[in-house]
Design a protein around this ligand. Sequence first.
Ligand code: 5GP
Length: 218
Amino acid sequence: MSNTGKLVVFSGFSGSGKGTIMKELMAKHGEDYALSISATTRDPRPGEEHGREYFFMSNEEFEKMIEEDGLLEYAQYVGHYYGTPKSYVKEQLDAGKNVILEIEIQGALKIKKQFPDTVLMFVSAPGADELRDRLVGRGTESEEVCRQRLSRAYEESLGIEQYDYLVINDKLDECVELVNDIIHSSDDTDRNQDYLVSSNIDFINKMRKELLSFSKGE
Ligand code: 5GP
């Protein structure tokens, strides 16, 4: 695969607002990016459309894509398959676009292995309480699924050190501009020093501790 555009992975805890950040980023700076649309076997949420947020499909359809080698990566997340269709990403990179994949950590690491120049960004809410409130407050998942997603958030927090950048979604507009700036200057680690994962270890450890106590039901 020729790699003229830049590949960027954007991951974050469920409830961190990453979907909203991506929507805003595309609305404000869409000419710079192509946002990959994933395939998934989970049900659409109210307002989600096939071909816009995801390609919603059955287990059989998804497994057929795996067999036909149609996915760049795929993973299971809280009982469902999620994967990145190959063709769109390839076309957009070849056309020189920066391609963003909004995917979870297992997929992120598979992509980094295949494309070592990929920029890995992780987004978090400012604290675990906010994360839980946003996740429960949006009302799109059952109590049990929220619990599983919080427990998954703890597991994901153990892998954040493998990412390049961490951004905190406190004020949406600022966060969107920050993400855009970092992507454009991702090689300049001096300029982006404050947002390197390695500069935010205290924050990460605090989130981990709080997420662990949530996942134990405390
Ligand atoms: P949600 O159900 O909240 O839309 O997504 C659940 C998780 O799956 C999120 O962390 C999201 O980033 C991740 N995800 C979405 N699409 C993909 C994909 O194509 N591959 C992988 N590995 N994860 C994905």
